[in-house]
Design a protein around this ligand. Structure first.
Ligand SMILES: *Cc1c(COP(=O)(O)O)cnc(C)c1O
Length: 380
């Protein structure tokens, strides 16, 4: 297949493999594929379809607008959206059959939409068990649940789920997760005593799905793992049985011999120590490669080189060393990251170079980079 000269290549077979693995790990709990932020940069509709075909039962997004885009793409699976403002289009969510995460204030808006459409809204009540972001406080939970149940009795709501979100599940030894799960179990018991007849209780993200079976409840919400990436500092994708789905690749745009003392890129922070050959790689911060990530790896013609000098808007430079003829690698494939099991640099190396996490590196690959979908199992 002719690739565009810059591409984030997404292997849908890797997504399916990861989903099957996560479905097995979570069973008997079901899997919600979290495809917010355009599926962490991988393409929401494509990933959603692949995940559903491999056994995911639900889709999760932050914003109602993201849920509506999935519906417009023809996807009919259950979808939960959980992050709202008073400007969110609750009516559209209701009309599109999107489940809504509710932390408190949203209830009035949703009830108004339900009354207007004469159709009950499906809601998942969220409790803040320690993360300090969304979710009802423990102090307000009793009244919140009472309020929701009375709207349910009026026929305006169906309280189908309860959920919470974990703060430190990527560090499995930390006690705070136990405390969060204790508080969640208490909140569930209280809601059930108040008359909630729940389809799903859910708390786990990817790290909790992989390390805390006691956090699985009825449903796990996995994002990062779908994409084949590890949430743990000390475990790789391969350690977890996951396959990174995205490969960021391009072609060398120039390859030239330079003398010792050649400055490289803005600021001239890198000066060649000896005669050498430089390769120009046409990806930069406008493509979502972090500007601070000097030293990040680029695989060219079987060798991995560090980026030298500053990363610019459109381009970066690698020093190929001596003995490489000018022009010899013009047009050669340059891979920034992909599946290390297939020889590509790990996205975690770019995260380390940028002082961030793998989540952010893939999610920020910009719309200027075409997404190309392959299926490495097609025909198999
Ligand atoms: C993003 C998100 C997830 C997915 O987290 P991962 O660590 O990527 O699995 C799950 N639940 C909520 C509420 C989220 O915001």
């Amino acid at each position: 297949m002719p690739w565009p000269e810059r591409a984030a290549v997404v292997d849908l077979a890797a997504i399916r493999h990861n989903v099957r693995h996560l479905v097995e790990t979570a069973a008997p709990a079901k899997v919600m594929a979290v495809v917010k932020a355009d599926a962490y940069g991988h393409g929401a509709a494509q990933v959603a379809r692949a995940a559903l075909s491999a056994g995911a039962s639900w889709l999760g997004v932050a914003h109602i607008s993201e849920a509506l885009a999935l519906r417009e793409a023809g996807i009919e699976a259950p979808i939960l959206a959980w992050l709202h403002t008073p400007s969110s289009d609750f009516s559209a969510a209701l009309a599109a059959g999107v489940d809504l995460g509710v932390s408190g204030w949203e209830l009035d808006y949703i009830v108004a939409a339900a009354r207007a459409q004469e159709r009950p809204a499906r809601v998942h009540l969220k409790i803040d068990t320690g993360l300090g972001r969304n979710g009802s406080t423990a102090a307000a939970w009793d009244a919140f649940v009472g309020d929701a149940i009375s709207q349910q009795d009026e026929g305006l709501l169906r309280v189908v789920g309860l959920f919470t979100h974990l703060a430190v599940a990527d560090e499995p030894a930390r006690r705070e997760t136990d405390e969060q799960l204790d508080r969640f179990r208490e909140a569930v018991a209280l809601a059930e005593d108040a008359g909630a007849d729940l389809e799903v209780r859910h708390a786990a993200n990817t790290p909790a799905t992989l390390s805390r079976p006691d956090a699985h409840f009825d449903l796990v919400r996995v994002g990062l793992g779908l994409y084949g990436l590890s949430p743990f500092e000390d475990q790789t994708s391969a350690d977890l049985g996951l396959r990174p789905a995205m490969t960021l690749r391009t072609r060398v745009a120039a390859c030239k011999e330079v003398p010792a003392g050649q400055g490289v890129s803005y600021g001239l922070n890198y000066i060649t120590a000896a005669p050498t050959t430089l390769a120009l790689v046409p990806l930069g911060y406008a493509d979502g490669v972090p500007r601070v990530a000097t030293g990040g790896p680029v695989l060219i013609d079987g060798t991995t080189y560090p980026v030298v000098g500053r990363i610019a808007m459109d381009q970066m430079v690698v020093d190929l060393g001596p003995g490489i003829a000018a022009g010899s690698l013009l047009g050669a494939e340059a891979v920034l990251f992909g599946d290390p099991a297939a020889g590509a640099p790990a996205v975690e190396s770019w995260a380390a170079a940028a002082g961030t996490i793998n989540y952010e590196v893939v999610t920020r690959i910009s719309p200027r980079v075409p997404r190309v979908y392959i299926d490495s199992e097609a025909g198999a």
